[in-house]
Design a protein around this ligand. Sequence first.
Ligand SMILES: C[S@@+](CC[C@H](N)C(=O)[O-])C[C@H]1O[C@@H](n2cnc3c(N)ncnc32)[C@H](O)[C@@H]1O
Length: 269
Amino acid sequence: MNEEQAFISIKDKIFEKKKLDVNQYKENYLKRRLAVRMRSLQILTYSGYLSLILGNEAEYDLLLDKLTINVTEFFRDTEVFNELEQAILPEIMRAPGRSGPLKVWSAGCSTGEEPYSIAMVIEETAERLGVLNPEYEIYATDLDPAALQKAFIGSFEGRTLNNVAAARKKRFFSQAGGTFLVSERLKAHIKFIRLNLMEKYKENFFEIVFCRNVIIYFTRELQKTVLTHYYDSLKPDGILFLGKTETMLQDLRDRFRCINIKERIFKKI
Ligand SMILES: C[S@@+](CC[C@H](N)C(=O)[O-])C[C@H]1O[C@@H](n2cnc3c(N)ncnc32)[C@H](O)[C@@H]1O
């Protein structure tokens, strides 16, 4: 078997064992992540790696762990959260006749810093607008169960809270030594759910979708599928946040209008 065939067989095995179609990740990205795992095992060829996974069920999870890059932080790109606070949330919360909980989806939430940041901003904005007990639900989804478990626990080392202002730390966390635990008040509004974005999510009627720094790893076809899912999952006039280096596909420009090019914020048409 040559190297290209071995690479294809590895992808097929992952699909067979984990039901994840890794052909939908950009090939360069997939090869780079696979190389990271192979290097740590000192394996030089795809054929060598294929022989290893064929006899080692646990290896699939270790490989998937390398595939899902969980890098994230609280208030990642602070300007985005300023826009959420100053422009997006006031417009939604003050819309005439709106009722029911504010529904937000954090898609590809990793270890939880993004949905917790959104929750802090909702609490503060509601207070500023005179809403006493804001009703809101954040659906925070990710493929990676280990990241979701960490998110659910909500315990963070102090050094990871660099972007969290002192007043926010005091209000939304309890501190034990160098560790900060997210308050139950915030946690009560967030559901952490395992979801592969290659599959359609049954939840809909979201007012805001955050999908930041996730689709960058996907092929164009999967980007189109996922962005179309967001379109279907959003309420009319719903808002979509993409990552700083992500763009709206040309094919979908009649479905989403860009309302802030710098922060990559779009409104459903
Ligand atoms: C770089 S993190 C982004 C975290 C956060 N949104 C942010 O911007 O800081 C990318 C996340 O996407 C998740 N991910 C990758 N492929 C996915 C898929 N097919 N379905 C759902 N989540 C996926 C990874 O597990 C990872 O937690």
